[in-house]
Design a protein around this ligand. Structure first.
Ligand code: CP
Ligand code: NVA
Length: 322
């Protein structure tokens, strides 16, 4: 018997997923941020996950995503169950669709971190419960919500704040592009040739009127930016490309001279884990403008907001502008 969910659902479905920002309206995205802010400030004390369980499928490593979902579920009154490919039959070839059907009989939500985004869509298509994208090769929307919450915390707003992305056009870059359209802020990406973001994400954001520019020169991208952000040169699954990528990305390090071109009050963000001396200089990530530890903490608050809404029936009310 399918579980009942009181979260708002797409027509014909009893539940909602969070695979990308496209799964929420811009107003709902703002409301999620507001709810996460209540989690962050301790104003939210409800336990909407009482008696409920989250299954977490990790086909890649994780520190922040795993621990923040686990602790977050506990704080909301529920439980979270870590499942690795070494231990579950999915890792031995049990079909994703069957895994989705079976987990739907035990738990009230599934968080999955894996390689192909299509696998997450397949899981969601066959699950009777909400599915949350905990990172794919294509996108990392939970991280982006935490980044936006950090912008709100440090800059007072998200809308209109210029963001500079330096480096690989990877899953994080794609989610920044989607967020720029959803939350209405200008985004400049400086990526080496051959490492551009997903063209579909770029086209979709531009079709919605987003102010997103793809550049080659990091200095041009950071000029006047209020947020400077980057990510590893080789993502999970690309380890064998590290040497080649280190050459391609050599001029794409966020160091102090680059930060100096941003706005004086600019913050530095990085989803972590970071490689000091590669995509970021130690003096930046460990310096006064770095907000990366707040950013990591904010994973917990946004995870709780997402679970409270998707699994716990917490309504997404109208929210003021960020
Ligand atoms: N930023 C992030 O997703 O970290 P983990 O890989 O540790 O979960
Ligand atoms: N782009 C990185 C993000 C890690 C959180 C990766 O996919 O490995």
């Amino acid at each position: 018997m399918p579980h009942e969910h009181s979260a708002p659902a797409a027509p014909g479905r009893a539940h909602r997923d969070f695979l990308n920002f496209a799964d929420v309206t811009p107003a709902e995205g703002l409301a999620l941020l507001e709810l996460a802010e209540r989690m962050r400030t301790g104003a939210y004390a409800a336990r909407p996950l009482a008696g409920k369980a989250l299954a977490m499928l990790f086909m890649k490593s994780s520190t922040r995503t795993r621990v923040s979902f686990e602790v977050g579920a506990t704080q909301l009154g529920g439980t979270a169950h870590f499942l690795s490919p070494r231990d579950v039959q999915l890792g031995r070839g049990e079909p994703i669709a069957d895994t989705a059907r079976v987990l739907s009989r035990y738990v009230h939500g599934i968080m999955i971190r894996t390689f192909a985004h299509a696998d997450v869509e397949l899981l969601a298509a066959h699950a009777d419960i909400p599915v949350i994208n905990g990172l794919t090769d294509l996108s990392h929307p939970c991280q982006l919500l935490a980044d936006l919450l950090t912008m709100r915390q440090h800059l007072g707003a998200v809308r209109g704040k210029a963001v500079a992305w330096i480096g690989d056009g990877n899953n994080m870059a794609n989610s920044w592009i989607e967020a720029a359209a959803h939350f209405d802020f200008p985004l400049r990406l400086a990526c080496p040739e051959g490492y551009d973001p997903d063209p579909g994400f770029l086209a979709a954001a531009r079709a919605r009127g987003a102010d997103v520019r793809l550049l080659r020169d990091p200095r041009e991208a950071v000029e006047g930016a209020e947020v400077v952000t980057t990510d590893v040169w080789a993502s999970m699954g690309q380890e064998e490309e590290h040497a080649r990528r280190s050459v391609a990305f050599a001029l794409y390090q966020v160091d102090a001279p680059l930060m100096a071109r941003a706005a004086p009050h600019a913050i530095f963000l990085h989803c972590l884990p970071a490689h000091r001396g590669e995509e970021v200089a130690a003096e930046v990530i460990d310096g006064a403008q770095s907000a990366v530890w707040d950013e990591a903490e904010n994973r917990l608050h946004v995870q709780k907001a997402i679970m409270a809404v998707l699994m716990g029936g917490e309504p997404l009310g109208a929210a003021p502008a960020p």
